[in-house]
Design a protein around this ligand. Structure first.
Ligand code: AMP
Length: 508
């Protein structure tokens, strides 16, 4: 079989061409047959524009069925898809276009002038438009092409996509993912999470990121499933659609927001088989409350742009809150200490991974790529974590978020968990800020609950409450009370922004 990822995904398309693939908010349905024909036309157009296998197709568009079809068309044409967050501004876009030099850039009509200007700077030959209703010159240009297209043969190691990492430290890097990487992860997750013939996926994630584009779409397509394809997360819409769905994938914030609705409960979830969470840590309280309210145990998994999913809580066995489960089949994980030796049970170390799903390297950055892999081929994820006695993995945060104070390591998660458990605290983020004596000072940014206990919180009170439970060097030197933490589109707390906001000397 042609190792092109599209060919792999299409093995799961239903025999009945009228089977629904995407169900839209207005009730319109894209059948699998529609998807095959539209992606054929678009692939035909990409080839006719003169793009060759391996050339890049960049897209900065809203989430629509046509945007997903563009991704599939790019796979079919053998080109390399480069999805870009619509929130990216001129400066970021210029970097991505100059770095990846796509042959085609699909943009939103409202940024056409900028797109044309940047296309000249970056030498992009073609610019087409796609709007948030799925219309535009992209669709018009594809219309004359044939409804059938012979998917271009690709090898396992040929590139299928480049996804830029969020670049919270330094320059954003393009992770090169091959057809083999993506197909391996898609098959593994499809099997591990036991996709079933009648599954219906509630898809509310963005499609410029590994979670929404690969994890969610690939498993559904490989299963020939229908997706409720919603432009974004909306708790009220989710309440409406959950009783017709069987699987939901979300970032922790989605689950937190669902729980805010008093009507959310067992009845809403009566048809559901599986709730999956990832991309950011799911608080144990959310996990517990979700179980109490719905009877469902959220399955938490862990992964990243550079390789899709690495670990998952089990489908059948115990799903343990606060952990990300076990290495997935085909993924080897080791957790190492400073000298590169494996840590003992319970000890925190650096997480390294190896497997067919692990990316090929960073686009145009061979030296950076070399730095991020060990001599024996493990990728250094940059995440810290530990094993428990039953080999469940717990993530303690990014290594760059580690606070080093007076030469001693402080893992933010340990302090955050203590603070989160205090009455009146909704959540917290612990960061290190420059300090003249200690190098870095442990600093807690604490979100108050919107109730009397939240109002009663004080900075000194929080310090006093955790003091007895922590070694002195771990006790926050500074505490800030806030209403919200800055989060990116995937629900990750942006600690870099917090460090920026409160550095160089904390505001008092
Ligand atoms: P991204 O490449 O945007 O998907 O971000 C990947 C990063 O998100 C990982 O390296 C982790 O730091 C974090 N992450 C993903 N899933 C989880 C999880 N279940 N728990 C904690 N952190 C997670």
């Amino acid at each position: 079989m042609n190792p092109n990822l599209y060919t792999e995904l299409a093995t799961g398309f239903p025999g009945d061409p009228a089977a629904p693939c995407m169900i839209l908010p207005d009730g319109r349905v894209w059948t699998y047959n529609d998807v095959e024909r539209a992606s054929a036309r678009m692939a035909g157009m990409i080839v006719a524009l003169g793009l060759k296998p391996g050339d890049r197709v960049a897209a900065q568009v809203e989430k629509t069925p046509e945007a997903l079809v563009l991704y599939l068309a790019s796979l079919r044409a053998g080109t390399v898809f480069l999805p870009l967050n619509p929130a990216y501004q001129r400066h970021e876009l210029e970097h991505f276009l100059k770095d990846a030099t796509p042959g085609l850039f699909v943009c939103r009509p409202q940024v056409r002038v900028l797109a044309d200007e940047l296309a000249v700077l970056a030498g992009v030959a073609h610019v087409l438009e796609l709007d948030d209703a799925g219309r535009g010159s992209l669709i018009d240009a594809a219309a004359p092409y044939a409804d059938e297209f012979a998917t271009v043969p690709r090898e396992k190691n040929d590139l299928a996509a480049i996804l830029y990492t969020s670049g919270t430290t330094g320059r954003s890097k393009g992770a090169m993912l091959s057809h083999g990487n993506l197909a391996h992860n898609a098959r593994t997750l499809h099997e591990y999470w036991r996709f079933q013939p009648a599954d219906v996926l509630l898809h509310m994630l963005p499609t410029f990121h590994v979670h929404g584009l690969f994890v969610a779409c690939h498993t559904a397509l490989l299963n020939g499933s229908a997706m409720f394809f919603e432009p974004k997360f909306d708790a009220a819409r989710a309440m409406k659609l959950l009783p017709e769905s069987t699987v939901m994938m979300g970032v922790p914030t989605y689950y937190v927001r669902l729980l805010l609705d008093p009507a959310f409960g067992r009845e809403t979830c009566c048809t559901m088989r599986l709730f999956i969470s990832g991309s950011a840590p799911l608080l144990k309280e959310t996990f517990d409350e979700f179980k109490a309210r719905t009877g469902h145990t959220i399955l938490e998994r862990y992964g990243m742009t550079e390789g899709g999913m690495f670990t998952s809580n089990p489908y059948d066995g115990e799903r343990r809150g606060g952990t990300v489960g076990f290495p997935l089949p085909g993924t080897t994980i080791r957790i190492v200490g400073a000298g590169g030796t494996a840590v003992k049970t319970g000890a925190i170390g650096a997480i390294q991974v190896k497997g067919e799903n692990v990316f090929l390297g960073y686009w145009g950055m061979p030296e950076k790529t070399l730095e991020e892999f060990t001599a024996d081929g493990f990728f250094k994820t940059g995440d810290m974590g530990s094993w428990d006695a039953e080999f469940y993995i717990t993530i303690s945060g990014r290594s760059k978020d580690l606070v080093i104070t007076g030469g001693l390591n402080v893992y933010p998660k340990e302090i955050e968990e203590l603070i989160d458990a205090l009455p009146g605290v909704a959540e917290s983020a612990v960061i290190g800020l420059p300090h003249p004596d200690f190098g870095e000072a442990v600093t807690a940014v604490v979100v108050r609950q919107k109730n009397a206990a939240g109002k009663a919180l004080t900075e000194a009170g929080i310090i006093a409450a955790v003091k007895d439970q922590l070694a002195n060097f771990k006790v926050p030197k500074w505490v800030y009370l806030v209403d919200d933490l800055p989060r990116n589109a995937m629900g990750k707390v942006q600690k870099n922004l917090l460090r920026q906001e409160y550095s160089p000397m904390p505001k008092r």
